[in-house]
Structures are given as structure tokens and as C-alpha cells.
Design a protein around this ligand. Structure first.
Ligand SMILES: Cc1cc2nc3c(=O)[nH]c(=O)nc-3n(C[C@H](O)[C@H](O)[C@H](O)COP(=O)(O)O)c2cc1C
Length: 180
């Protein structure tokens, strides 16, 4: 049976490097595993009053059903001020509410990212660790993928054009997908 990885990018930018990295991930042919591209675009800012009054927003319910159906999760994270961008953390926080909390437990999760700097999101990736530990996921720590100096590796629309980076991405995904 084909397994599924849900991929989420933490950027809303049209020509985002991270969304482009996720698109490239979804194009990689994996043995018995497909990558579904999810979206955090319509997730509102978390507001406990909103949740109490209306329950979970439709965008969050969609993400939770994708999470539920997924055998693994790929978080493609930008780095802001050496940490997780607020929009991405906000989406994951919403996804952990209600029935979502139990859906994370034991789920294989890998984190990758791209940035124009020299360290390619290493700090943001590490910043995810306490969050993922709290969600009790099965964090995949056997490989790392930091796509640094992204400005020279993607085109103006955020498509990953660099062959070496595509190969590194494919290697990472082959290993992760074997582990789910
Ligand atoms: C508020 C802010 C803070 C940033 N801080 C960092 C940083 O700490 N490290 C880094 O490598 N890039 C940093 N950047 C640059 C981002 O890596 C860059 O904007 C990147 O394109 C964001 O990812 P995206 O292309 O997927 O949108 C920052 C950008 C913003 C807007």
C-alpha cells in the first residue's frame, strides 16, 4: 500500500524558497511513498476565544484530516531571527488543538529548510525540537538538510533549479521515507 507524507511549508511568500523546496520534494519519486503538499495559508491567528466560540476553523480541520491520514510529516521551515517563523508555529499550534494533539503522537516528522544565509535554517530547525518533543512525535534525526545560499539555487518563481540540491533532497527523502 502506498504511504503518504504530508509536507508543509512555513512561508506564505509567492516565490518562497521553502515552498519551492517542498514542491521539489513532492516531485521526487519514492518507493511506495507520495508527498502531499498541504497549505497553512488560510489558518487564522490563534485566538482561544475564537476557538471557544466557533471550534476549529475549516483550514485547521483540513490540516488535521491531512495529518491524520499521513504516515509522516515533512516540515519545510524558513528561519526568522534564528527561530521558527510565527506563521508556521501558529499553524502547528492550531493543529495541536482538540483531536489534533493525539494525531501528532508517534508520527514520524522530519524538518528541512532553505535560507539565503550561510547556515540554511540550522537554528530554526533546532528551534522546532522542543515543540516536536512536546507533541511527542517520532522525530527523524538520521539526516539533515539545510539549503543555504538559496538565492543562487532557486529561480525568480521559487523553483529549485540547482541539481546538487535536488540530489541532496532526494537522498534525504529516500532515507526518511524508508523510516516511516
Ligand atoms: C523577520 C525576518 C527575520 C529573518 N531572520 C533570518 C535568520 O535568522 N536567518 C536566516 O537565515 N534568514 C533570516 N531571514 C531571511 C529569510 O531566510 C528569507 O527571507 C527567506 O527567503 C525566507 O524564506 P522563504 O523564501 O521561504 O519565504 C529573515 C527574514 C525575515 C523576514
Amino acid at each position: 500500500m502506498t504511504k503518504k507524507i504530508l509536507g508543509l511549508s512555513g512561508s506564505l511568500r509567492r516565490a518562497s524558497f521553502n515552498t519551492g523546496l517542498l514542491r521539489a520534494a513532492a516531485e521526487v519519486e519514492l518507493d511506495g511513498v507520495t508527498i502531499e503538499v498541504g497549505s497553512i495559508r488560510n489558518v487564522p491567528l490563534y485566538d482561544g476565544d475564537l476557538e471557544q466560540a466557533n471550534g476549529l476553523p475549516p483550514s485547521v480541520k483540513t490540516l488535521q484530516s491531512q495529518l491524520q491520514a499521513a504516515d509522516g510529516i515533512l516540515l519545510v521551515t524558513p528561519e526568522y531571527n534564528n527561530g521558527i517563523p510565527g506563521v508556521f508555529k501558529n499553524a502547528i499550534d492550531w493543529m495541536s488543538r482538540g483531536p489534533g494533539l493525539a494525531m501528532w503522537v508517534g508520527k514520524p516528522v522530519a524538518v528541512i529548510g532553505a535560507s539565503p544565509g550561510a547556515f540554511g535554517t540550522i537554528m530554526a530547525q533546532d528551534h522546532w525540537l522542543p515543540v516536536l518533543r512536546t507533541l511527542k512525535v517520532d522525530f527523524w534525526a538520521e539526516g539533515r538538510l539545510m539549503v543555504s545560499r538559496a538565492g543562487g539555487l532557486f529561480d525568480a518563481d521559487g523553483n529549485l533549479t540547482d541539481t546538487t540540491s535536488r540530489e541532496r533532497l532526494a537522498d534525504f527523502l529516500r532515507s526518511f521515507s524508508k523510516g516511516i
